[in-house]
Write a protein of this length. Sequence first.
Length: 740
Amino acid sequence: MNLASKLAEERRMRLAAERLLEQKQAELFAANRKLGQHARKLSNEIVETRAQVKTVRDENEKVKSDLTVAHHKVEIAHQKVEIAERRLWHSIETIRDGFAFFDADNHMIAANKAYLALFDGLEEVGPGVSYPRILQFLVEEGVVDIGDTAPADWRSSMLKRWQQPAPPPTVWRLWNGEYYKLIDQRSHGGDVVSLALNISDTVRYEKELKDARTRAEDAARAKAAFLANMSHEIRTPMNGVVGMSELLRDTTLDDEQQLYVDTIKNSGEALLVIINDILDYSKIEADKLVLRPEPFDLERTIHEIVMLLQPAARDKGIDLAVDFDLFLPTTFTGDRGRIRQILTNLMGNAVKFTLSGHVLIRVVGVQRENSSDTDLHISIEDTGIGIAKEKLAHIFGEFNQVEDDRNRKFEGTGLGLAISRKLITLMGGEIWVDSEEGKGSCFGFRISLRADDTKSIHPPSLPKVMRRAMVVDSLEVNRIILAKQLETLGMATVSYPSAGEALKQIDGSIDLLVTDHTMPDMDGFELATELRKRGHELPIMVLSSSVNFAEKDPAIGLVQALLQKPTPRSELFARLQDIGVGLSLAALPDDPAPLAQGTPKRAMRVLAAEDNRTNQLVFRKMVKTLDIDLQFASNGLEAIELFQSYDPDLIFMDISMPKMDGKEATGEIRALEGNGGKHVPIVALTAHAMDSDRDAILAAGLDHYLTKPLRKAEIFAVIGENCPDAARPIAHEETAAQSA
Ligand code: ADP
């Protein structure tokens, strides 16, 4: 090999070596850069990790310190709980009463000393002991005085009480005479808190009070008995004084002597009233008053008292009104004398303490379910001086008068209301009062009395021609009562306070005028005269509170009825009934239309089924003035036969008859009539007036109902109303004139 080739070779090799070097350097550089990047990343990670480690370390530190604070707090709380518990127990320990609590399995959890002291040193009674075991200790160790009860019975009853969800309190008497009241309360979880209250002082105090009360009552009774005796003793010589002064008055006396005797008599009588009050009061107090119930007429009793009070009321210009429930029986069983005494007192007070206006006695009653007892509410309302609110509570007390300058002028013992209240209480009722000073008072009382339904007054059924009534009275309360009564009987009413107003308003639609007599502008008779002058023919009823008010009035012939106020219901009903008959008869056509072919009309056919001969006679006599054809049936069977053969226009049917009674006979007749056929009106006649009877009678198919004893006016009204077109009018001329 030549040099050149060697040089060339060397150059090539050097070039190759240089290229390799270059490549290696590039590689080294790249590796270096990668290394650098890696180192940077590593370094970043290290920085990050270090920061994280720091955060964790910081948090750790914080948690550690929080923990320390919490620990501290728990420690403080714990101390507080301990203190509270100590205080609580300290308090529970210091109270005189026993306190314990038990778990749901009836084991004692804890108890204070007072509770444990009940068991007087028995060591076993303490936390952990069961309640049944405690009961056993109580009996066996004689801690509790169980009287005559057998120990086992006492324990079982006490355990039963304890096991109830809400055990009722019970009282234990201990061996040493102490009394404990046990109050146990069960919580939702079943734990029981038990309190044992020492009530020995209260029990002792109560016993002392009871003894003192018995002694006081005995003393009061003795005093009342003494008073009763005394007043009785005083009454005997007082009767002598009054009686003799009365006799003395009838002897020849000069004026001065007469005055002396009158004074003795009046004073004696006044004293007797006071003594009677005291006697009554002390009798009730000494439990010596016995009620004597008997049937009596309540409505009449009220009207008798009204009569007695009427002169005093009239002198003052006060109106006395009675509003007696229209559908209430009249006869009740009660001590009439005592009820009269109560009413006299309340009504007398009302008149005494009223200077103008009115006194209204209102009686309403509700029959008790399944009983013939009626709860009667009687109220006495006045427009008098009234009673101040603060005095109301005292007026039923003894010798309590609302004393002030205003009423010192009123006489009285102040015993009337006390006696009334005691009598009402004795009757099982109650009394109350509502009053406003200056406006008036309303005294009310409630008593239950047996009603005698057989003596009920039944409101009349007014004929259809009595539809509208006009009431004229200057006093509103009277207008209201009258309007209510007439409306109850089925009439529509309009009311006016004066005759002038009535004259202005009256027209042909009014069928009846009921007017007061004494009115400011024009009295009742003047009103009647004016109406007749103007051609009004309607029936007029005049009422007045004065007696014999119409005696000399020439207008008396213009009115159909005169009534004294307040009017008993029976009287009002009878007058209305009479007016009703008059109107029914007047409504009959005067001039019947001529029949075809001029045949005269037949008489109305009336069948009366009545087994009693005397009653048949009475009935025949009652209707003898009527132009009717009358046949009698003596029992239900005959009534059915005559219904078919005689074809009556109206049947009066006695209810109790032999062979077949009235209800059954009516049933048969209705069956014979069939559906849609002619319907003969049948009127029941019965002596029984119980509501249930009435319902049964009407349910049996009868149309009307009349109670015995029969009233002519009622019979006439029914016959008049049912007279068919095919028959002649029932009225003879004489009858029509009588009834009109
Ligand atoms: P007396 O009427 O004999 O004084 P009462 O016992 O009957 O006794 O009444 C007690 C008091 O009650 C009366 O004195 C009177 O002050 C008051 N009082 C009773 N009724 C009424 C009444 N209707 N209006 C106002 N005060 C009355």
